[in-house]
Design a protein around this ligand. Structure first.
Ligand code: MLT
Length: 263
């Protein structure tokens, strides 16, 4: 099982392909498996590295996390694999981590792919909702979080008709450690507002948004595209918040076209 030890945590990852490195960072409350169908097409031309963040998937952790500590985990992984600088894609919470990374150490990154995410900090209502969810995770574990999240994660069509995808997503959520879920919720609640940093992002940036994303709609992507100088927006038709699972082919094609042109 490929893994590295960084800051007392064990970070599990998978690696496939050869060429310039591309790291794929998953969202909440998930793990690297959400990229499963995107990896093979990307790995035909790039060295693809897919970590499980702090305590998620097969990674193990014994302390709380923050956006900064998750960046340090990924930088440690990248250093140990000789894979920096890299291009990186981050879905939702993975996008928050990537924006933190771009702020902390931009020279590690050669191109950014922000997928179904947003730059803003939590509002006070959102912070309160995080605390409620932390309590739900503590008392009801990962299944309670799956119940709360599932209705918002997929496009309506997939949610009602693609039972295999619904089952797969629920299975990934339900397999997560309730402790990792609570730590990630607190880390998201306490994250910075990255909006002021967007104009300073000098790397080419691709914004990928599911047309029917109910959590981070494409209008957010439009706003981010206007703020990041070398950016472009790609809306994935018929996809929701989990575009890499719902429309992996289209997402992989968008990423490849972007990377081939600028990385
Ligand atoms: C995610 O998909 O990572 C989460 O929905 C992000 C969030 O809750 O802010």
């Amino acid at each position: 099982m490929p893994q590295v030890t960084v800051n007392d945590s064990t970070i599990h990852y998978i690696e496939q392909g050869q060429g310039k490195p591309v790291m794929l960072i998953h969202g909440f409350p998930l793990d690297g498996r959400i990229w499963a169908q995107v990896v093979a097409p990307l790995a035909a031309r790039y060295r693809v590295i897919v970590p499980d963040l702090h305590g998620f998937g097969q990674s193990r952790a014994s302390r709380p996390s923050s956006m900064e500590s998750m960046v340090e985990d990924l930088r440690g992984l990248g250093r140990q694999l000789g894979a920096l600088p890299c291009a990186a894609a981050g879905l939702s919470m993975g996008g928050y981590v990537l924006l933190q990374w771009a702020k902390t150490c931009p020279t590690d990154l050669g191109a950014l792919i922000l997928v179904d995410t947003k730059p803003d900090a939590d509002t006070s209502e959102a912070k309160h909702a995080r605390d409620v969810m932390i309590e739900q995770a503590r008392t009801g574990g990962a299944p309670a979080i799956a119940d709360a999240m599932m209705p918002k994660m997929l496009a309506p069509e997939a949610l009602s008709h693609d039972q295999a995808l619904v089952r797969r997503l629920r299975e990934i959520i339900e397999s997560q450690s309730p402790q990792a879920i609570q730590w990630a919720l607190a880390a998201m609640r306490d994250r910075d507002d990255f909006t002021p940093e967007l104009p300073a992002i000098a790397d080419p940036t691709l914004l990928v948004y599911g047309e029917h994303d109910a959590i981070t709609p494409p209008a957010i992507g439009q706003r981010v595209a206007e703020a990041i100088p070398r950016s472009q927006l790609k809306v994935i038709p018929a996809a929701g918040h989990m575009a890499p699972m719902e429309k992996p082919q289209e997402v992989a094609e968008a990423i490849l076209e972007f990377l081939d042109a600028c990385y």
